[in-house]
Ligand binder design. Structure first.
Ligand code: AMP
Ligand code: ZN
Length: 472
């Protein structure tokens, strides 16, 4: 078998340049700076959001396992039109309203075994930093105020505008005009250019009691500025990897780059990690189709969080994931197989997971992750090795546990394993009875007992020297 070194060979695809680029820390402290746009907290995060957060989690785990030092920042958007409207409808303060959804997000993230970020800054906790950045942009001539007390970013002042998404200004201009070339009504603001975007939004009565004082009067920050200000505060002017769903590429990330680079005069992002959206049974998730699913919906249907996690990471991040009932079933049976392997190898929490210096057994699974985070290929390679029924040795188990940890399946599998060890006496008795029946060649009776065991939520597999019981 080939060998794979464990250090410093992780590549991500650069969509603009069409090449794989090696991930390296840019700063002398060798800490890889990662910023991911987090949830807007006005309801439960759906599984599309979690697809994105899970793939970021796998990337982070891969980097940590590969010897990188990582600082991972993921923000919480806790002020925007939706959060304000939601809090007003609920009749509670913005803070109380968003805190509830933050708690739900944390609970679901924990269930899905997503590592907590190193820093989780909130927009409302960083108003001063946002005002300071807007002020800098105004001072440098990149932003201007309007009569109502709003502040806009002037995209004409940033020649690189459009480079992240590959969108051309002319294209944007044409989208904002009708066939006669006149500006659409909705775009008739006091903006210089139709695509100039708000850095600071002047107070409107609909905002109720949500406002902050600023040099431009009462108001609140625009959405994009929070990420620029918080990324700079916690990671410095340049971040190594910036993540988010593909929908954020334009205009959000385009605007983040414009604000940050104009404020700091440094490059803002070295690698983008945009994950493609998830579809449900071939359709876009939307309120009108009533197909927005959350973790709770699946747990009510009997699918645990590990199954949802498995299904959500089983497609490549640059490909659409069509999430179907069949993909959940497939995830469930794959996890069951993994659990059977883990059990058969006698793996428990007592088995220590050590850093892997050289990969001998699961090198192809590891390489799949190192080459642009190919999670489906990794899972395929994992099963290929396991199905070859190799001779088990300590290094083999250590590599297996490391791959499982990167995929975030290690803890759930061990937890399930521990639950397995608590076999209810009734099930254990049925299994023993079946063993006796088989020994006496009473096969019909043995089958009847197996069916009884299955009906009680357990499955029994015969093994060389006995049997194995597992919950379904
Ligand atoms: P939001 O809470 O809407 O700000 O979104 C949080 C994250 O989820 C962002 O990175 C979005 O790009 C991402 N996201 C939203 N919808 C989907 C989807 N259907 N599939 C994958 N990612 C999504
Ligand atoms: Zn952002």
């Amino acid at each position: 078998m080939g060998k794979t070194s464990s250090r410093g060979v992780i590549f991500l695809y650069n969509l603009r340049r069409h090449v794989l680029e090696e991930i390296q820390a840019s700063q002398p402290d060798q800490v890889l700076r990662i910023y991911c746009c987090g949830p807007t907290v006005y309801n439960l995060a759906h599984i599309g959001n979690f697809r994105t957060f899970l793939l970021q989690d796998v990337l982070r785990r891969l980097l940590l396992t590969s010897g990188y030092k990582v600082k991972f920042v993921r923000n919480i958007t806790d002020v925007d039109d939706k959060t304000i409207r939601g809090s007003q409808q609920a009749g509670v303060s913005l803070n109380n309203f968003t805190q509830h959804w933050v708690d739900c997000f944390h609970r679901d993230s924990k269930e899905l075994n997503i590592l907590a970020p190193d820093v989780e800054p909130r927009a409302t906790g960083h108003i001063a930093e946002q005002i300071a950045m807007i002020q800098r942009l105004v001072d440098k001539g990149h932003a201007y105020t309007t009569v109502d007390g709003s502040v806009y970013f002037r995209i004409a002042s940033f020649p690189d505008y459009g480079k992240v998404s590959g969108i051309a200004l002319a294209q944007l201009e044409s989208q904002a005009t009708n066939s006669a070339g006149q500006r659409n009504q909705s775009d008739e603001y006091s903006r210089d250019h139709v695509c100039d975007f708000a850095l600071w939004k002047a107070y409107k009565p609909e905002d109720g009691d949500v406002f902050w004082e600023s040099p431009w009067g009462r108001g609140r920050p625009g959405w994009h500025i929070e990420c620029s200000a918080m990324a700079q505060k916690y990671l410095g002017p340049t971040i190594d990897i910036h993540g988010g769903g593909i929908d954020l590429c334009f205009p959000h990330h385009e605007n983040e780059v414009a604000q940050s680079e104009c404020a700091t005069k440094e490059p803002f992002v070295r690698h983008w990690f945009h994950s493609v959206h998830l579809l449900i049974e071939g359709q876009k998730m939307s309120k009108s189709l009533g197909n927005i699913y959350t973790l709770k919906d699946f747990s009510e249907k009997g699918y645990d969080a590990a199954t949802v996690r498995y299904a959500l990471i089983s497609a490549h991040y640059r490909q659409t994931l069509n999430f179907t009932q069949a993909s959940l079933e497939a995830a469930q049976s794959a996890l069951k197989k993994l659990r059977a392997h883990v059990t058969a190898m006698g793996i428990s929490r007592a088995v220590e997971r050590r850093p892997v210096s050289e990969w001998h057994f699961f090198n192809k699974a590891m390489e799949a992750l190192q080459q642009d985070l190919n999670t489906p290929k990794c899972l395929g390679e994992l099963f290929t090795v396991l199905n070859q029924r190799p001779t088990i040795q300590a290094d083999f188990i250590n590599e297996l546990l490391t791959i499982l940890w990167i995929l975030g399946l290690y803890e759930p599998l061990l937890e399930q394993q521990e639950r397995v060890q608590e076999i209810p006496p009734e099930i254990a008795a049925l299994a023993e009875e079946r063993k006796r029946a088989k020994a006496q060649k009473q096969y019909a009776e043995a089958d009847r007992l197996r069916a009884q065991i299955n009906a009680k939520g357990w499955s029994i597999t015969d093994q060389k020297d006995g049997y194995q019981l597992m919950p379904n």
